[in-house]
Design a protein around this ligand. Structure first.
Ligand code: HEC
Length: 244
């Protein structure tokens, strides 16, 4: 009984259905464009064509193949190494996570011998400090997204997508479906968006979270897509309508 007091698609005019439909179609197109944009900004970072979880890891966590120290010992600073094979020792240390114990054991002796005559703050304050672990690890860690960048992108995302999901949800509310399904369906895209944004920050520290980034992003897209498609379907299925 109580259900009859709520508005459903059959209660709204054809004009309003048209407005809802063009809005949903435009949002749907916008979402496809967002997917294409995501593809072009992240694909190929791992050196392979196409978008993969590895690309997402590199975007947020960074890559041990692209550290300042690694690039320097392979490039402009390579001639300073007195023993050529020390290059591999340093690169292997970077790839294995640049630990402090590994630094004390294998890396400090090399840097003290070949590098610190220039890379000491009292001599060259503008160069990376290679005299202690703090200084060295700063240039030995994968870069990835910076916190200010993540904050900027997440505030745009949260504000923008909240509006989009709200309006899609307002239309979807007019569907005739099980109320419990509907209540859950209202929450899912919002929860997925939040999880997506939070997992960007976590992926910056824990690369495995890239899977959560991908899964929650997909869940948001799928749940939003279902709301759009079901709404359009119900609006234009004659037997569900009064044909006003
Ligand atoms: C003769 C002095 C000198 C020695 C020795 C030296 N460097 Fe450098 N290093 C420099 C200078 C100068 C720069 C800045 C170069 C630039 O910005 O173009 C630099 C830059 C760097 C950078 C920063 C690159 C970046 O991303 O901006 C790293 C990392 C580095 N050196 C590592 C090393 C290592 C490792 C060694 C020892 C194997 C070493 N350097 C030995 C002078 C030196």
């Amino acid at each position: 009984m109580a259900d009859n007091t709520y508005t459903r698609f059959k209660d709204i005019s054809i004009s309003e259905r048209i407005l809802n439909t063009v809005f949903l179609l435009t949002i749907g197109l916008g979402y496809l464009a967002a997917l294409a944009n995501m593809y072009y900004t992240h694909q190929g970072l791992d050196g392979k064509v196409g978008l993969s979880v590895e690309d997402v890891v590199i975007s947020y966590y960074g890559s041990t193949n692209q550290t300042r120290l690694g690039t320097a010992v392979k490039g402009i600073m390579a001639p300073n190494l007195k023993i050529k094979s020390d290059q591999d020792v340093i690169l292997r240390w970077i790839h294995s996570g640049a630990s402090e114990s590994g630094y004390e054991e294998n890396i400090a002796p090399i840097l003290n011998r070949d590098c610190i005559m220039c890379h000491t703050p009292t001599i060259n304050p503008s160069l990376p400090n290679l005299t202690n672990y703090e200084g060295v690890s700063e240039v030995a860690k994968p870069g990835g997204a910076t916190i200010p960048t993540l904050i900027r992108v997440s505030h745009i995302h949260l504000f923008g997508i909240a509006f989009i999901l709200f309006f899609i949800g307002k239309i979807f509310l007019l569907c005739e479906i099980n109320v419990y399904v509907k209540r859950v369906a209202m929450v899912v895209p919002f929860a997925a968006m939040l999880l997506d944004v939070v997992s960007w920050f976590i992926t910056k520290t824990i690369p495995e979270f890239a899977y959560v980034v991908v899964a929650s992003g997909a869940l948001m897209g799928i749940s939003m897509g279902m709301q759009i498609l079901l709404s359009i379907y119900q609006m234009w299925t004659p037997k569900l309508q009064d044909n006003r």
